[in-house]
Design a protein around this ligand. Sequence first.
Ligand code: GUN
Length: 297
Amino acid sequence: MTAAVIDGKAFAATLRGHVGELARAFETKAGRKAGLAVVLVGEDPASQVYVRSKGKSTLEAGMASFEHKLPVETSEADLLAVVEQLNADPAVDGILVQLPLPSHMDEQKVIATISPDKDVDGFHVINAGRLAVGLPGFVPCTPLGCIMLLKDRLGSLSGLNAVVIGRSNIVGKPMAQLLLSESCTVTIAHSRTKDLPDVVRRADIVVAAVGRAEMVKGDWIKPGATVIDVGINRVPGAEPGKTKLVGDVDYAGAAQVAGAITPVPGGVGPMTIAVLLRNALVAAHRNAGLELAADAI
Ligand code: GUN
């Protein structure tokens, strides 16, 4: 059997188009554009690529984009002052501080300074808590994108065995919460999990978010399972000096067994920015006191 390929790139393009339509309607109703601010500290190349791509997508969706690029030696106090200024700015609906931050900064302190109503990353403890108790709030973009792909593929997830590999605050933990809220039976596996292949073999849904290239092998996958690969790992390519991107799953092996699988690139990756724009649009409606139907996006 060869798995169906879950086309996250196409799904994300449709979602971005939909967000764009709603952003135009928002502008008409609110008399201003929805606004998303991105703060980047330092010059990490991968972060610079993400931030440029976020700015471009924000403009394409008809939203205002505010970029703050700060030098790596910026003090934590100065960064917190920028965040406070964005909290107070009525043109800014969503604030994203690109992670990781330089080592002299306390990430949790910076995240805690972002207004929970503008925390489109869903990283603030208020939003993590809302997710945990089932209240409306902002949900981290990558796991929400994974849930959208899963529901598009499978319809109801109720009663399915889901294994999340990875326990980060950005992906693993919120992913597990979201799967639980869809009535899955959820296991969170991680680097200390015993007999990981056997744990994964029980899963109808596998979400791999460990950051280790091709760690999940084809013979760990239950036949027909749905595999969501969150990993983006750069490894040496076929030609000397060239690199390529691979996920946390051995794609060639898993695609022989799975029912459906996300490729890398072109699977989960493009969903993150599309969901970020969605979250920013939701924030804009809330901040402007405008209704947005719960099922609008
Ligand atoms: N770094 C890698 N992914 C993310 C993300 O989704 N949000 C932020 N703020 N930083 C990141």
